[in-house]
Design a protein around this ligand. Sequence first.
Ligand code: UT7
Length: 324
Amino acid sequence: MSATITSIGIYHPEKEIYNSYFESFIDTSDTWIRERTGIERRFYTAPNEYTSDMCVKATLNLSKEYNKDLHDIDYIIVATSTPDQPMPSVASQVQSRLNIPHAGAIDISSACAGFVNGIILAKGLIASGTHKKILVIGADVLSKVTDFTDRTTCILFGDGAGAVIVEKADNNSLFNTITGTNGDYGKDLYLAHQNAPISNSEVIANNKLHQNGRVVYKWAVQTLTGGLHELARKNNVTLEDIDYFIPHSANYRLLEAIFKELDIPMEKCLDSVRLFGNTSAASIPLAWYSAIKDGKLKLGDKIMLVGFGGGFTYAGIYIKNNIV
Ligand code: UT7
């Protein structure tokens, strides 16, 4: 059974936060942030605005822009590390608020790899013949779990959501995938609300995001460099054949290191980090949508999506772009 992605929509909150905002309360500068991360701006949700609100708005934007009926969606997958609450799922809230009558609904937790894992799961459900039209959303409200006393993390994150519809199709455009995890690194990037140790290490359970940035950076460069080669090999293509890459947008400098290692020009790397910050599960759809609006992405373009992050875990997929 073949599957394709037929539409995309995004949402970002109204409040724009520029780098100068941080200069008043931590020892940092616009120059440091731009040079080390590429980030110029990010968006923060209002106090009463949560992940489910952004998911609903991204999906309504998708429906409006691509004239998509939401009524016959039969499964909803929301990738997020920042659900409104552990239960009910964000996906259930989306079902209710969009009046989708006959849909299964789950949230998945694989941090910045969540959106790609959502697409991989949707592809599998369609391939198995059990589902036909699946809403996949990546959304996070990282500003609500940011430790604003920690200058090494607080400057990085932003809020946003991106939604796609994965549908049964005559011609397949979702191809082979890669996935992998090294849970030993759990303690190097976490968000804990209980005192349970992670990988046998004690954690600070204050519901704030903690990151050992240098460890993630090194792992990400090594893993993505090898991962993209593996993804190409599994799809019988070369990296030169690929029109655009959409990696998780954690840090522009980190992406430059990966693409330099792979000898791929940065023009082929679509990012959202410079204008949205690191938005975790939302970063890939934000970059994808922006590239469509900028007129960069064309119908049939060969693209590779690769998410990576907390776990540590990663997921990638080779796609022929079917949305403009
Ligand atoms: O999305 C999930 C996956 N996450 C990632 O992929 C994140 C990967 N890691 C990173 O993006 C980078 O490691 C960071 C942006 C987090 C940090 O950049 P870095 O170049 O690795 O800096 P560093 O941690 O090696 O720190 C260098 C210096 C330190 O000062 P000293 O010890 O050399 O005196 C830090 O204290 O920069 C200092 N520093 C800052 N200075 C000004 C750290 N944060 C800041 C800051 N402003 N905001």
